[in-house]
Design a protein. Sequence first.
Length: 444
Amino acid sequence: MPQTPSSNMPVLDNFWMPFTANRQFKSAPRLLAGAEGMYYTDIDGKKVMDGTAGLWCVNAGHGRKRITDAVERQLRTLDFAPTFQMGHPVAFDFAAKLGTMSPGGPSAQLDRVFFTGSGSESVDTALKIAIAYQRAIGQGTRTRIIGREKGYHGVGFGGISVGGLVNNRRVFPQIPADHMRHTLDLDRNAFSKGLPANGIELAEDLERLVQLHGAETIAAVIVEPMSGSAGVILPPKGYLERIRAISEKHGILLIFDEVITGFGRLGTPFATDYFGVVPDLVTTAKGITNGAIPMGAVFASRKVHDGLMTGPENAIELFHGYTYSGHPVASAAGIATMEIYEEEGLLTRAAGLAETWQEALHSLKGLPHVADIRNLGLVGAVELTSRDGAPGTRAYDVFVDCFRNGLLIRVTGDIIALSPPLIIEKEEIATIVSILGDALKRAA
Ligand SMILES: Cc1ncc(COP(=O)(O)O)c(C=O)c1O
């Protein structure tokens, strides 16, 4: 259906849009102008339910007054202050707050916090901390990082090197890395509810890569406990435990990239808690400020942190940081966000909805072209078979159809991903599934 141009349409030429088919988008744009709770409003005033928490980040729903007030107050008090050889209380307060609610609880001791401006920066920070730590403890030959096929770790040079998505990698040079196989296995695991039963043996890839490269060359292994951006790929039962055991055996640090799973997505505060597997570093961003102000954080274990707190006291221990590390306004937004999460129980709320979510999503089984349905916590994916010679077009059509009918979903190739704000109610889950189901029935 051709769209009539809206009178509210801005000039579109100058903004070079990220991860977007710019020419296609600008010929038929979709613009959001407002948001409240579970809903966006587009530039023509139409309500669109947010089935993706923005980009997996607006966990407490949109337009939270407490965050707005905190940001406004902070801007009026201290708009910016450096954190290089200087400090300001808000960043320390936020780090201390995060320290009390760090992944794995107090016994995991993952309570040293390095602030960044995004998920990509958190990943590159964690990789650099891992390499620097190994050197500091006399393991300077350990510079290689192991990632995984289909992994997504943002778009920095470190992140694309350990990531495993070919389109993000093929054009750019990379740092030394190697990759385990991914764990997506439709033949054995299609339509699993929750964690798939098959595939624990894929963790032995880490052992294989150790035998190939030598443990003394490997600094760290990084995985998303649950991969989101590649289309919701779940770890088989027992897989992460095995990765932890192998990495520990060989002195390899384990990094969990929790940019998506952090802050309640799986029904526990972090995936670290969900799986009961404790890594050495945890990367976060997105939900850390409810998406309102760009920010990220790396949680480091005391072992890693303290390992770098050596040498003369007047020496900078880690030559790394960003102008906006611990930005006062982002920190204020983060504190307000954590208060909301705690007061409303949002970091565990998904656990109570997971069953309803699972059954609702799996009710789509049997609709045309549906090849798999995956779910965990408040994450879901519907994988479609691709059209011959035109991969990705079927899911894209479903995406456009859903948007027209008032639902924002996300597509990667022919996989539809869902990750609504954690404030969602059961009736809204039904609405998501109903709009998506109708779009799937219409998709040729
Ligand atoms: C697991 C993971 N790591 C890193 C990133 C990169 O985050 P950002 O886009 O904030 O740089 C993402 C973004 O989706 C992600 O899902």
